[in-house]
Ligand binder design. Structure first.
Ligand code: TXA
Ligand code: MG
Length: 333
């Protein structure tokens, strides 16, 4: 397949061309404020199948449906609750995905066979212009090859998806750098299924009631390296290099990383290090995937990453990705 690379910041016409491709059942990668997405018409089952194929993604992993106006929600779900309205008013456009009961019209392939649909209104001018011009909800997983780090720059998408999709619409680097918070509003207690930069207490403050993390996520907090939830056995966000997370007090972590780096280099390995400043969680979110890709680009054999000591906000969301990237290989110091 010949992939067109179109710069959305250059002309509106490029956005229109991309939108026409979506309307015709094609695949378009596009920027969002979290990570780049790979989009298609959410109501077109054939197009949705092509997205799974292009990414090499298992077809039981549901996609997020992106809309450009909160009022477009009615086509996707019958569940317009007070909770939904409060959160949409406060956090949309933005990095919050809400899981709601789906209408029968939403194809099963889009939602991986689930009776629910995940919906988000992104905060990126190119994404919004594209969805508006396509005039349909746009189903989009992250625009990376399945299993690898998510893309936060156009060049990442071009590397992963050239020859596999119709259009790569290039725009700004992702401002946030990790994927949206996924909140399930179909359970009795609103439950975060994937942590993001919006934490449970921020959502709870708006709802006036408790918001919990899925217990499977909290299992990852123990940092003891044992996978406890079923989903944890799959490779996610993984660099090509081997990766090890070093957890503990910052000083000890630095020392241990230096020691392991020296040791492995003496054994002939090329070693890359990812070590963020203490409490620089927002910066860590912004840079993490790009650092993994840059180190892979340098051809390192081993990545040593310093764990972030955070239990309930942005750093926790980054740790969720870091642990998965490393396949839960952790040493505690
Ligand atoms: O920030 C983001 O959310 C990015 C940008 C492109 O919007 N998208 C993204 O998509 O990260 P993806 O496909 O890589 O991740 C979607 C996540 C997965 O963890 C999936 O299991 C979950 O959302 N998800 C989607 N639909 C769901 C549903 N109906 N019920 C539960 N989880 C769902
Ligand atoms: Mg993804």
């Amino acid at each position: 397949m010949n992939t067109k690379i179109l710069d959305a910041t250059e002309s509106n016409e490029n956005v229109q061309i991309a939108a026409d491709v979506i309307r015709a059942g094609g695949l378009v990668a596009f920027p969002t404020e979290t990570v780049y997405g790979l989009g298609c018409d959410a109501f077109n089952a054939e197009a949705a199948r092509k997205v799974y194929a292009a990414k090499g993604r298992p077809s039981d992993n549901p996609m997020i449906v992106h809309i450009a106006r909160a009022s477009d929600i009615g086509a996707l779900t019958p569940q317009i609750s007070t909770d939904f309205v409060r959160l949409a008013d406060t956090f949309w456009p933005g990095p919050l995905t809400m899981v709601l009961r789906k209408k029968a019209e939403v194809p099963d392939v889009t939602t991986g066979g689930l009776s629910t649909v995940a919906v988000r209104l992104p905060d990126d001018p190119v994404a919004l212009a594209l969805i508006r011009a396509a005039d349909c909800p746009v189903a989009a997983p992250s625009a990376n090859l399945s299993g690898g780090p998510s893309p936060t720059k156009a060049e990442h998408v071009i590397r992963d998806l050239s020859g596999r999709v119709d259009v790569i619409l290039t725009g700004f680097d992702s401002r946030i750098g990790i994927e949206s918070t996924v909140l399930d509003l179909t359970s009795d207690i609103p439950t975060i299924l994937r942590p993001g930069i919006l934490a449970n207490y921020q959502l709870a403050a708006i709802l006036g009631r408790e918001v919990i993390y899925d217990p499977a996520l909290l299992a990852g907090r123990t940092l003891d390296g044992t996978p406890k939830a079923p989903g944890m056995k799959y490779e996610h966000y993984a660099p090509k290099a081997q990766m090890l997370v070093v957890a503990g007090e910052q000083d000890k972590v630095r020392a241990e990383i230096e020691r392991l780096k020296g040791l492995n280099e003496r054994l002939g390995s090329a070693v890359g290090v990812i070590l963020f400043e203490e409490r620089a969680y927002v910066e860590a979110a912004h840079d993490f995937y790009a650092r993994l890709r840059a180190l892979d680009g340098e051809g390192v054999d081993l990545i040593l990453a310093g764990a972030l000591n955070d239990t309930d906000s942005v750093g926790f969301a980054v740790m969720n990705r870091m642990l998965k990237s490393a396949g839960y290989k952790v040493v505690n110091v």
